[in-house]
Design a protein around this ligand. Structure first.
Ligand SMILES: [Cu+2]
Length: 310
């Protein structure tokens, strides 16, 4: 799998492309001003008795060069900012992304097929299609930022900020909470994956379905399901089709379809799952999940059941 890209310099969407062009332009203009002023400084130093050059430095370097250039840049940046897409909520796919300390709750709604799905820490987008994101927070200030796709948007408790995104190329783009939100702010990542439209629809259909394991799972996994309920994991976690109502933690219905757990803190694997469930505080100190004191066989069974939740 190609590593996820988290860079404003490699845009994969129209707004990100605009912002990156804009950044380069400002960098170029800034460099130009710097070089011109440096030349004037040099000239005034090299020329002895160069009063006239010092004047030129003050007038040219201080006024004539920067004032028109900066004014032009200001006008231009205002114009560029006006070209960034306005949030448009009439798209087919609507996603509510709710920030929690320190993970992302993600709710999809396909307004055409009526499909709905809840997942976490992952966003998938159909290439070439605009998608509306309603950004919210349940606790403190966070900010949504997938640099390759769009600019940064604050997530403010009690408010909804809209963002309309379009990914132009298939790929995996990394996002990151961009507003300090507490001890695990750094471990609050988001995986945005742009898929061919057909693949996206298939993915959403699978995410909208209840948990798929059930009867097909082996005896160990079936035992893991019992452990999940007995250990009261469902007080915080929903697995649709098994236990609903837990909302304090990520929806685990299709946990095994994700690439990471704990908002990017650990790549999904058996070892990561058992380690996380036994002691979430070791991987992510402060995380709002208590440790469990399950005996090893129950822990393994639980992890093997979670792995069936494709
Ligand atoms: Cu945050």
């Amino acid at each position: 799998m190609t590593p996820a890209l988290q860079s404003v310099l490699s845009p994969a969407g129209p707004d990100a492309a605009l912002l990156s062009r804009f950044g380069w332009m400002l960098f170029g203009a800034g460099t130009l001003i710097f070089l011109l002023v440096a030349l004037l400084v040099l000239a005034s130093v090299v020329r002895k008795r160069g009063r006239s050059w010092s004047r030129r430095l003050v007038v040219g370097g201080g006024l004539l060069v920067p004032v028109p250039l900066l004014a032009a840049l200001m006008g231009w940046s205002g114009w560029q900012a006006s070209l960034i897409s306005w949030p448009f909520s009439g798209t087919r796919i609507q996603v509510t992304v709710t920030a929690h300390m320190w993970w992302w709750e993600v709710r999809y709604r396909d307004t055409v097929s009526g499909r709905e799905a809840v997942l976490a820490n992952e966003l998938r987008l159909p290439v070439g299609e605009r998608v509306y994101l309603a950004l919210a927070s349940v606790d403190v200030l966070h900010a949504f930022w997938v640099p390759a796709l769009a600019g940064k948007v604050d997530m403010v408790p009690g408010r909804i900020h809209g963002l309309t995104l379009r990914a132009d190329a298939p790929g995996r783009y990394r996002g990151q909470c961009a507003e300090y939100c507490g001890i695990q702010h750094a471990a609050m990542a988001l995986d945005a994956v742009a898929l061919a439209p057909g693949d996206f629809d298939g993915w959403l259909a699978r995410q909208a379905a209840p948990a798929v394991s059930g009867a097909a799972a082996g005896a160990v996994a079936r035992r893991g399901r019992e452990v999940f309920l007995a250990a009261r994991c469902n007080a915080c976690h929903t697995v649709r089709g098994v236990s609903e109502g837990g909302t304090l933690g990520p929806d685990l219905t299709h946990l095994a379809s994700r690439s990471h757990i704990a908002a990017g803190a650990l790549p999904l694997s058996r070892a990561a799952l058992t380690g996380w469930i036994a002691d979430p505080q070791a991987a992510k100190p402060g995380a709002r999940m208590p440790h469990s004191r399950l005996p090893p066989d129950q822990l393994q069974a639980l992890a093997s059941w979670l792995e069936t939740l494709q």
